[in-house]
Design a protein around this ligand. Structure first.
Ligand SMILES: Cc1cc2nc3c(=O)[nH]c(=O)nc-3n(C[C@H](O)[C@H](O)[C@H](O)COP(=O)(O)OP(=O)(O)OC[C@H]3O[C@@H](n4cnc5c(N)ncnc54)[C@H](O)[C@@H]3O)c2cc1C
Ligand code: FES
Length: 254
């Protein structure tokens, strides 16, 4: 784990201003898909003690890109950053996804959880048999990263604005996971109810699955115990160091 001071290159609100695209540079490391960073702008001052965790959407010569949804104090302050501002970055953190090129792999993304799959789109040849199914509540145009990824990975999006839409999406998840079978692999990042549904479907149909948990985090390095998850054997583990990606069989889903 490194602690690095990076400089804001660009901070761009999307077509829906609640979704913000932030680029920081220069980046001295190469992350794995599913890893994350903790970001703490210098101008948080003493007011906000902790950094905030975000998936690494892209990481290349242009810099480290994270794409986030503004939901509270920390993300509001991140959205107010300007080019040239300094940000302390802890990372790359956690255990990412474990994949094999020959395995048919289904990415299941819910809302801004889509950002967790960005590094796979950077090199689609790494997983030639990958497909993406994206469930979202905002209009699809709110997520420019979907269109970026869809150019590189076969992708389909389903919007949910009603109970009937949610039911249709659940049925599609079930159909796709069942069709994938035990030789495939499901990777999921999204809201907790979606993770739970996907984990149950993987277990029911005997399909290998990995989920990325978005528990609240304080330190990101195993020290504050703010992010614990319960394993299938009843052990309490820190999501930031044992995850955020877990095999669906490793966790309890009650
Ligand atoms: C490994 C990891 C990767 C993540 N990647 C991304 C990403 O790429 N893009 C993105 O937009 N978000 C991502 N998140 C979620 C993001 O970290 C939170 O939205 C952010 O920390 C909220 O900070 P805040 O100060 O704005 O909200 P706060 O003011 O702390 O909270 C505002 C509201 O949001 C709720 N909340 C806060 N954190 C979370 C959370 N982690 N999950 C669910 N509800 C929460 C609070 O309970 C409260 O109701 C990720 C989280 C983790 C753990
Ligand atoms: S965030 Fe502090 S232990 Fe995980």
């Amino acid at each position: 784990m490194n602690t690095t001071q990076l400089t804001v290159q660009a901070v761009t609100p999307g077509p829906d201003p609640s979704i913000v695209d932030l680029t920081l540079a220069p980046v001295p490391w190469k992350p794995k898909p599913g890893q994350f960073v903790m970001l703490r702008p210098a101008n948080f001052g003493q007011e906000l003690t902790w950094g905030r965790p975000f998936s690494i959407y892209r990481c290349d010569e242009a810099g480290l890109r994270v794409v986030f949804q503004v939901i509270g104090r920390g993300t509001e302050r991140l959205a107010a950053l300007r080019p040239g501002d300094a940000v302390t970055v802890w990372g790359p953190l956690g255990r990412g996804f474990s994949t094999k090129p020959e395995t048919p792999t289904l990415f299941l993304a819910g809302g801004i959880g889509l950002a967790a799959f960005g590094l796979f789109a950077e090199d689609p040849f790494r997983l030639p048999q990958a497909q993406l199914l994206f469930g979202h509540r905002l209009p699809l145009t709110a997520y420019p990263i979907y269109h970026e990824m869809a150019q590189r990975i076969p992708s389909e999006a389903m919007r949910q604005t009603s109970g009937a839409d949610i039911e249709a999406f659940s049925e599609e998840l079930s159909r796709r996971i069942k069709a994938l079978g035990p030789q495939g692999l499901v990777l999921c990042c999204g809201p907790t109810p979606m993770l739970r549904a996907v984990a149950r479907l993987c277990l029911e149909h005997g399909v290998p699955g990995q989920v990325s948990l978005e528990n609240r985090m304080g330190c990101g390095v195993g020290a504050c115990l703010g992010c614990v998850a319960t394993t299938a054997s009843g052990e309490r583990v820190q999501t930031c160091v044992h995850g955020p990606v877990f095999d669906v069989r490793a966790l309890t889903w009650d």
